[in-house]
Design a binder for this molecule. Structure first.
Ligand code: NDP
Length: 302
């Protein structure tokens, strides 16, 4: 029976951890805000740890899902830290959408103790996590991935080995930078069309059977922007962080990347304007404010 710990019961961590609370798994959870872990433990029958060290004791696999890599790195040290108890032979699987340099540093420190490390960010959003249908992009040794594949398969439908440690982080950041570009670009186009008298609902209907379509145009704009619902499932602050990682990657690799760098600047400004709790689709509100029109269906409901 795999002994698993899950640390970080946030918007996506909670539905991921739910899939590990199943017969045949011995699950311990930890969360910075204890009340969330207690509620999870009560609802799903998992043991609740009072510290990362307690969570990691005797575990085969420790899964983390925090906002940024630096948050995970900060959990390693001190008497309550993961390194105090993680046994040799265990694997730390970091599902944070992290950054390669920090992941490589963590992997090296863990290797000194005989502990494996994988960066394993996910895509598919909260809805994908709820269904256990995430894509997991993994950086690290292939043999380490095989050792923990059964754990990742609880929440991941597609598990892809991308390369050495940091490869998963890099791929995730580029994917999300593309999401950010699609969000901003679609908003610009729809605001311009609205001002020109074209109903944004009609515009999206056409774009979504045409070559300009994307996940943003097909799902995010109809469900979140046109509807003015703006549900909060993936914070703009986290997408801004992802674009920053992709922009840094392009600079490190000496790639001419004006779109990535500009998107990084635009999302940094949007985050300052909308705050830490805004959803990523709310970036459309910034484009609306700058452009002077809203993306609403003119004929009523979308
Ligand atoms: P949330 O902000 O909803 O949750 C963050 C979690 O991390 C909470 O459990 C929070 O604890 C904990 N946390 C925050 N800071 C610290 C810290 N310094 N030390 C310890 N714990 C901390 O984030 P998400 O769950 O949305 O995202 C988690 C990761 O997954 C991010 O890297 C994100 O980019 C990625 N991701 C998110 C997706 C989504 O749709 N939401 C989709 C794909 C990837 P507390 O309860 O105390 O606040």
């Amino acid at each position: 029976m795999p002994r698993v710990a899950f640390l970080g019961l946030g918007a996506i961590g909670t539905p991921m951890a739910r899939h590990l609370a199943r017969p045949g798994f011995d699950l311990v959870v930890w969360n910075r805000t204890r009340a969330k872990a207690d509620a999870f433990g009560a609802a799903h029958g998992a043991r609740v740890a009072t510290s990362p060290a307690e969570a990691a004791r005797d575990r085969d696999v420790v899964v983390t899902c925090l906002p940024v890599s630096a948050d995970v790195e900060a959990l390693l040290d001190g008497p309550d830290g993961l390194l105090a108890t993680l046994p040799a032979g265990a694997v730390l699987v970091d599902c944070t959408s992290g950054d390669g340099p920090t992941s490589r540093r963590m992997a090296a420190r863990l290797a000194e103790r005989g502990v494996g490390f994988l960066d394993a960010p996910v895509s598919g959003g909260v809805a994908g996590a709820e269904k256990g249908a995430l894509t997991v992009m993994v950086g690290g040794e292939a043999a380490t991935l095989e050792a923990v594949r059964a754990v990742l398969a609880c929440f991941g439908q597609k598990i892809v080995h991308c390369g050495a440690v940091g490869a998963g982080d890099a791929l995730k950041a580029v994917n999300n930078a593309l999401l950010a570009m699609h969000l901003w670009g679609t908003a610009e186009g729809l605001v311009a069309l609205a001002k020109a008298g074209v109903d944004p609902a009609v515009a999206l209907d056409v774009i979504n059977t045409s070559s300009g379509r994307s996940n943003a145009s097909m799902n995010l704009f109809p469900e979140r922007v046109l509807s003015r619902a703006f549900p909060r499932t993936f914070r703009l602050a986290l997408l801004d962080k992802d674009v920053g990682i992709a922009a840094d990657l392009a600079r490190e690799q000496r790639v001419v990347s004006p779109l990535l760098q500009m998107t990084n600047e635009l999302f940094r400004q949007a985050r300052l304007e909308l705050g830490e709790e805004a959803d990523h689709a709310e970036v459309a509100r910034v484009v609306e404010r700058l452009g002077g029109a809203e993306i609403r269906a003119l004929g009523g409901n979308a």
